[in-house]
Structure formats: structure tokens, C-alpha cells
Design a protein around this ligand. Structure first.
Ligand SMILES: *Cc1c(COP(=O)(O)O)cnc(C)c1O
Length: 366
């Protein structure tokens, strides 16, 4: 069986280094908010070309804390509306809700699976205060247009980068980089994954960073003095230590993903399969390689029979989930079409050339 994602194989090369790191952390006798965490925060900030990085417990918390940080700063208020793509992973939506803000769903483009900027402005009312852009499957959302809309309407931009570690944008000079915040997840299956839960926030906003360092640690800067109603959401030393070992290989791993994606895109030739859009730039890190097909069940079964494991990201759109009964009657045709037709092919830096050969051959025979 060609697994969809072989995490054991991904982490195997680090085994000795991980064991050494465990020893180091044990010997340090300090397990939360210490040297490893600080080293990682510095390295990841540098990697993202951001001034600040705040390690947190997971990607969902990273998003929630960004919103809570802006509320603490007085830049957002409870009940404010946040534009978010209708076809995102549930965490994007949960983060908005858990910060007592209101998600406003907007359709994606069918071709890129990412937020369609042309549909944002019609949803903006006086209560709209932020856009949560999600770089789904590792492809950057259209940040140039989104930034312009944000600037014109005085909206905050928050980025969900849980699937896009290392996706490079040439928009470094635009406002979205100066006044915004990005949330990352280091869940094991992400492009940069630890051996448990982990997350981080990056930003260039000094005020926001200061509040976030406090909020993640009980709203306290100085022990037993609490300035904010904070939470406990910290990246522990061991996970930070593992991430310090893996971060230097992230670009190489992403390049391997792009090489596989290039092969799928140029060699899969089948009328029944719609391949994802990619302009061959560096801004896609292919967390997932997601195709579309009309009879998904049939294709998935065919691939399983041929020992190729595939997954569906995601089978039910947020507005159709039982958790959100008030939204179930809503209609988002493009989002629903995507959820009905998408299938994720095996994609990871440890997929071998012969495995890719085989997957392409089997897909072309379908
Ligand atoms: C994984 C993911 C998250 C949440 O990250 P966790 O670390 O699992 O909390 C948020 N948004 C997107 C798009 C994700 O893929």
C-alpha cells in the first residue's frame, strides 16, 4: 500500500537527533518556556521574515489568540464580523467563534480553492473588522487583492498558515505584512510537524506581539501578576527542540513536494480528473495535492484496489456541519461542489519516484 502520508518515514531520519534533544531537555531540567522555545521562536521569526514569533500549544490556539490579542488591544470588539472562506478547515471558523466574533462565509474560486476576493466587498458592513485569509492546501490566497480590500475598508488581516509553512510571497512590501498576524500549526502531519501538538504566531506588530506573549501564559508577563484574561497555551521545550531540528530542512522538503506536484500536473492525463491550478511559482508548498472528479467514490475505490491510499479534505463543508445548525440551510454552491468532488493524492517529501510513477500510471488507466 502506498500510504497517503507516512509520518514514521518522515521522522525516521531525525531519530538519533531527537533522542539527543530529549537528553538535552531532560538535563536542562526546564520543560516549558525555556531555551529551546526561545531558539525556535527566533529561528521561525527569521524564517518567516517576521519581527516576532510567539510559540503556542497548537494552530487553533494560534488563531484564537490573534483575535483575542486584537480585542485586548481594542482593535476588535466582541460581535465584530470576520470574513472567512466558506471552504476552510473547521478550525478557522472555530477560532473566530471562540474569540466571540462572527464568521461571515465567502465563496472560494473553484480553480484555486482559495477565497475569491471579488466576493468580499459585497459582504462588508459596518461591523466587518477583519479578514481571515486561509492558504488552503499550501497555496497562498490572493493577498494583493485581499490587502487592497483590507486597506480600503480599514480591516485587519489574519492569515491561517497552518497548511502553508514556507510559501513565499513577493508581496513583502505591502501593508498586509506590516499590520497583520499569521497562525501556524505544527501538528505532526503539517509541512513542519512536531511529535505532538504545537503552534506559533508570527507578526511584525510589536504591540500585538507583547500582548500575545502575555496571553498565552495566563495573561501574565511577570509571574503571579496578571494584566489580561489569558489562557495556558505554550509550546513546550521538547516540541520546540524537535522543531529546531526539523526547521532547517523545511525548504528542501517543500521543494520535494513541488517536484512531485509538477510530475502529477504534467503526467496525469485523464478527462475524468481535474488537476489543481498552479502557476509553477514558489508560493505553493503543496501541503496537499487535491484533484477533483465527478464520481469520487468510484475513483477512490479504484485507487484503494490498486493499493493507493487517498483522503478527502474535506467531506463536509463547515456550513453543513451539525455543530452549526443555524447555517445548515445556507447555500454555497462552489464550496459544496468542492467538498463533493475533491480527493487528495499521496503527497509528502518521502514519496519515492517509483511510487509517483505508479500513482500516475494507475490514474491514467482509470
Ligand atoms: C491544521 C489546521 C488548523 C489547526 O491546527 P491544529 O494545530 O490542529 O490546532 C487550522 N487551520 C487549518 C487550515 C489547518 O489545516
Amino acid at each position: 500500500m502506498i500510504p497517503f502520508l507516512d509520518l514514521k518515514k518522515i521522522n525516521e531520519p531525525y531519530e538519533t537527533a531527537f533522542q539527543e534533544k530529549l537528553k538535552t531537555v531532560l538535563n536542562n531540567g526546564w520543560y516549558i518556556l525555556g531555551k529551546e522555545g526561545e531558539t525556535f521562536e527566533k529561528a521561525f521569526a527569521e524564517y518567516c521574515k517576521s519581527k516576532y514569533c510567539i510559540g503556542v500549544a497548537n494552530g487553533l490556539d494560534a488563531l484564537i489568540l490573534i483575535f483575542k490579542g486584537y480585542i485586548a488591544l481594542g482593535k476588535l470588539q466582541k460581535g465584530d464580523e470576520v470574513i472567512v472562506p466558506a471552504n476552510t478547515y473547521i478550525a478557522s471558523i472555530l477560532a473566530i467563534l471562540q474569540a466571540d466574533l462572527v464568521p461571515v462565509l465567502v465563496e472560494p474560486r473553484l480553480e484555486t480553492y482559495n477565497l475569491n476576493p471579488d466576493l468580499i466587498e459585497e459582504k462588508i458592513i459596518s461591523k466587518t473588522k477583519a479578514i481571515l485569509a486561509v492558504h488552503l492546501y499550501g497555496q497562498l490566497a490572493e493577498m494583493e487583492s485581499i490587502s487592497q480590500i483590507a486597506q480600503k475598508n480599514n480591516l485587519i488581516i489574519v492569515e491561517d498558515c497552518a497548511q502553508s509553512h514556507g510559501a513565499i510571497s513577493n508581496l513583502k512590501s505591502t501593508i498586509y505584512n506590516l499590520k497583520s498576524a499569521s497562525a501556524f500549526s505544527f501538528y505532526p502531519g503539517k509541512n513542519l510537524g512536531c511529535l505532538g501538538d504545537g503552534g506559533a504566531i508570527t507578526t511584525n506588530d510589536a504591540e500585538l506581539a507583547k500582548i500575545l506573549f502575555s496571553l498565552r501564559n495566563y495573561g501574565s508577563e511577570k509571574k503571579y501578576q496578571n494584566e489580561y484574561v489569558g489562557v495556558n497555551s505554550r509550546l513546550d521545550e521538547l516540541q520546540a527542540g524537535f522543531l529546531n531540528l526539523k526547521l532547517p530542512n523545511l525548504d528542501v522538503d517543500n521543494q520535494k513536494r513541488r517536484i512531485i506536484a509538477k510530475r502529477y500536473l504534467s503526467e496525469v492525463k485523464n478527462d475524468k480528473i481535474t488537476l489543481p491550478f498552479w502557476d509553477f511559482s514558489e508560493i505553493h508548498v503543496f501541503h496537499l495535492f487535491v484533484i477533483r472528479t465527478k464520481n469520487r467514490e468510484k475513483l477512490q475505490e479504484y485507487l484503494t484496489q490498486n493499493n493507493i491510499q487517498t483522503l478527502i479534505h474535506y467531506p463536509i463543508p463547515p456550513h453543513k456541519q451539525k455543530a452549526f445548525p443555524d447555517w445548515n440551510h445556507l447555500s454555497f454552491p462552489i464550496t459544496e461542489k468542492i467538498h463533493n468532488e475533491v480527493l487528495s493524492l499521496p503527497m509528502s517529501p518521502v514519496l519515492t519516484e517509483s511510487e509517483v510513477d505508479f500513482i500516475i500510471e494507475i490514474l491514467n488507466q482509470y
